[in-house]
Write a protein of this length. Structure first.
Length: 364
């Protein structure tokens, strides 16, 4: 699962990417510094994993991960190929969620592609380009469906009505994710189109150090502008986060954070938020050899969770032995959990809960 970092050129995307990833993307004070998308596999910070490590003392610990993609900056006219538009739009289409970086700080030494700081204008520029690209995809489908509808095809007539309303909303400046669409209609007619503005989005307000904790006027403007989208807004001092990541020791980083009034790096909050945005959750396996966090979709069943380890586990699934994280940590070991009768045996219909500690029984 991929989350793509997007935004206008020079708003801090690559600096943010470097904070999140061990990969060092090029970052500089000029537009289109990033051309080819940079991809980083990022560990998901999880204090539960640390607690299991303390209890089990395994030979190794493997965290959950999420893939972050740093995509080239978008400019006005991208939907018609301006700047690196076609390449940008192809790259963003391949992601599952969008991390939209907005510049929310004043600094005369950092150039802005449009000459002034205005996060709402910047957001609308990108929204419009993505909506125009979605309209292009939608109109191709609508043209085919309309021809079928004219022959009296009832299903085509129903789809035509849904897509025509979708087109009107896009033309009015509304992204698909903000539209009210019946669940069945969305699944049947909208989802197959894989429209860019249907992807879940998180807005990242890139502020200066002074606004790292409480935000600023720009942040408040963004929150008001995106209220109808039900999107998450995260405030991050990206340049400051980069400085923190350059410090060599954990102690130095903690001192820096305490001076700012923060309890953890904003990058950690962002990674966890991106994980939720992708509709992902974690279950654990724990033993003397390895404690590991496994990534599954929210709503996954026990066999599907087993299949993440190996396809044979899903094919030959018999049952799952499940311990809640709360019971595991309260009692301190798997043996004590068994003795207390807190280990559950679950079958194929069990929907895995975030934080479950699991063993699978299977037969190949």
């Amino acid at each position: 699962m991929k989350a793509g970092i997007v935004g206008l050129p020079n708003v801090g995307k690559s600096t943010l990417f470097n904070c999140l990833s061990n990969a060092k993307a090029q970052s500089a004070n000029f537009p289109f510094c990033t051309i080819e998308p940079n991809i980083g596999v990022v560990n998901v910070p999880d204090k539960r994993l640390e607690r299991l490590e303390q209890l089990v003392k395994p030979e190794r610990v493997i965290p959950a991960t999420v893939e972050i993609v740093d995509i080239a900056g978008l400019v006005k006219g991208a939907s018609k190929g301006e700047g690196l538009g076609n390449q940008f739009l192809a790259n963003i289409r391949e992601t599952d969620a969008i991390l939209h970086v907005l510049r929310c700080f004043d600094n005369d030494n950092v150039v802005h592609v449009d000459g002034s700081v205005n996060p709402i204008r910047d957001k609308e520029t990108i929204d419009m380009e993505l909506q125009l690209k979605d309209l292009e995809s939608l109109e191709k489908r609508l043209d085919r469906v309309s021809r079928a509808a004219r022959t009296g095809d009832k299903e085509a007539q129903k789809e035509e009505g849904v897509l025509a309303e979708l087109k009107r909303n896009l033309e009015s400046g509304l992204s698909v994710r903000a539209m009210q669409i019946a669940k069945d209609d969305y699944k049947a007619y909208v989802s197959p189109l894989q429209l860019i503005t249907s992807k879940p989005v998180m807005y990242i307000c890139n502020v200066d150090e002074a606004a790292a904790v409480k935000g600023n006027t720009y942040v408040e403007q963004v929150k008001a502008a995106v209220a109808s989208e039900k999107a998450e807004v995260l405030v991050l001092a990206v340049a400051t986060e980069a400085d923190i990541m350059e410090l060599e020791t954990y102690e130095e980083r903690q001192m820096f954070l305490e001076d700012l009034g923060l309890d953890e790096p904003g990058a950690s909050k962002l990674i966890r938020a991106a994980y939720r945005l992708l509709n992902l959750q974690t279950y654990f396996t724990a033993g003397p050899k390895e404690v590991r966090a496994w990534t599954i979709a929210v709503g996954a069943t026990a066999p599907q969770a087993a299949g993440v380890i190996h396809t044979d586990f899903e094919k030959g699934f018999i049952r799952a032995e499940v311990i809640s994280f709360a019971d595991y940590t309260a009692l301190g070991s798997e043996i004590k959990v068994r003795e207390a009768g807190k280990m559950r045996v679950e079958g194929k219909e069990y929907v895995v809960q975030d934080g479950d500690v699991m063993h699978f029984r299977f037969n190949v």
